[in-house]
Design a protein around this ligand. Structure first.
Ligand code: GLN
Length: 277
C-alpha cells in the first residue's frame, strides 16, 4: 500500500482529486506528523502509518464524515481550531470576512466587538488574537460554546475573547455597546438539498428561514441598539443574498460595501451606523 492507493480510495468514492489530495495531506500531518518537508526529505511512511491513514479514510467514507471531524481540528487563518459536529467547520470564505474585520478594527482603532453565532469561536478568537480589540462571542448552543471555550484556552487569550450563551441579543444588556458587530449567520435557505458531508454539521448553524435571510433581518434590526456612534456591522453572505441584506442594512447603515470572494460571489457586506441628529 502507498499514499496513491489511499488517495484513489477517496477519488473512487466520488471525491474530487484536489480535495482527495488535500484530505490525505491533512490526515498525514495530523496522525503521522508527516508534512511536505518530510516528503521533500524522502522520509518513508511505515506500513503502520499507512494503515492508520487508510482506517481514517475508511471512516471518512463510511458515512461521509468531513475529514475535519475525523481529525478533530480545522485550520483557519493560520491556527488550528478544535471542531466537533457541534460546530460548523470554519470555511475559507470566512477568512475574507475576518480579514476585512481586522482591517476595520485596526484602521478605526475599534475596542470591542460582538460576534453573533460564534460556533467554534474561530472568528472571535482570531480577531482577539490579531488586534487589540476585546471580543464577546455569543451562541444559542451550549455545546458550541464548550468548543469555543476550548479554542480560546488553547490560544491562551481567555481575557481577550469571552463567551456567553445568548440567542442573538437576548442576553446582551441594554448598556452594553460595541464598536463592531460581526456575524457569519446560518444563511442556507431551509429545504436546500446539500452534499452528504454537510449533514454532519449542526443544521442550526447552516439553515435559515425566509430564504436564508431571517438572521440577517433580525440582527440588522437590533444591531443599532447595541452599537456605539459610527459602529460597524459586518456579515458573511450566502450566494445571491447581497442585495436583500443591503436593503435591510440601508435603513440604519451607510457606506455599505460588498466584497466578492475568489469565485466572484458577493461574500461580505459591511456598513457604518447612521447617526440621527
Ligand atoms: N462563527 C462560526 C464560523 O464562522 C460559526 C458560524 C455558524 O455556525 N453559522 O465558522
Amino acid at each position: 500500500m502507498n499514499i496513491q492507493t489511499i488517495i484513489k480510495m477517496l477519488i473512487d468514492s466520488g471525491i474530487e482529486e484536489r480535495e482527495a489530495k488535500r484530505e490525505v495531506k491533512m490526515l498525514l500531518e495530523h496522525f503521522c506528523n508527516y508534512s511536505e518537508k518530510d516528503e521533500i526529505l524522502g522520509r518513508k511512511l511505515t506500513e503502520q502509518e499507512l494503515e492508520l491513514v487508510k482506517l481514517k479514510v475508511q471512516a471518512r467514507l463510511a458515512d461521509r464524515t468531513p475529514v475535519q471531524y475525523i481529525i478533530g481540528e480545522s485550520y483557519f487563518m493560520g491556527e488550528f481550531f478544535k471542531v466537533t459536529p457541534d460546530v460548523l467547520i470554519p470555511r475559507s470564505e470566512t477568512e475574507i470576512l475576518v480579514t476585512k474585520a481586522i482591517d476595520l478594527i485596526k484602521d478605526e482603532k475599534l475596542k470591542n466587538v460582538l460576534d453573533i453565532g460564534t460556533g467554534s469561536g474561530c472568528i472571535a478568537c482570531t480577531l482577539a488574537n490579531r488586534t487589540d480589540a476585546v471580543v464577546l462571542g455569543v451562541d444559542i448552543s451550549s455545546d458550541a460554546l464548550r468548543i469555543a471555550l476550548d479554542n480560546v484556552t488553547r490560544l491562551g487569550i481567555n481575557n481577550r475573547a469571552v463567551f456567553r450563551k445568548s440567542d442573538l441579543f437576548s442576553k446582551i444588556r441594554d448598556d452594553e455597546k460595541f464598536d463592531m458587530i460581526i456575524s457569519n449567520p446560518p444563511y442556507i435557505p431551509v429545504g436546500t438539498d446539500l452534499e452528504p458531508e454537510l449533514k454532519h454539521e449542526p443544521q442550526i448553524a447552516l439553515f435559515a428561514e425566509e430564504n436564508g435571510l431571517q438572521l440577517y433581518r433580525k440582527i440588522v434590526s437590533e444591531a443599532p441598539n447595541y452599537l456605539k456612534t459610527n459602529g460597524r456591522l459586518i456579515f458573511e453572505l450566502g450566494i445571491g443574498e447581497a442585495e436583500s441584506v443591503k436593503a435591510f442594512m440601508s435603513e440604519y447603515f451607510e457606506d455599505v460595501h460588498i466584497i466578492k470572494d475568489l469565485s466572484g460571489i458577493d461574500r461580505v457586506i459591511y456598513g457604518r451606523l447612521i447617526e440621527h441628529s
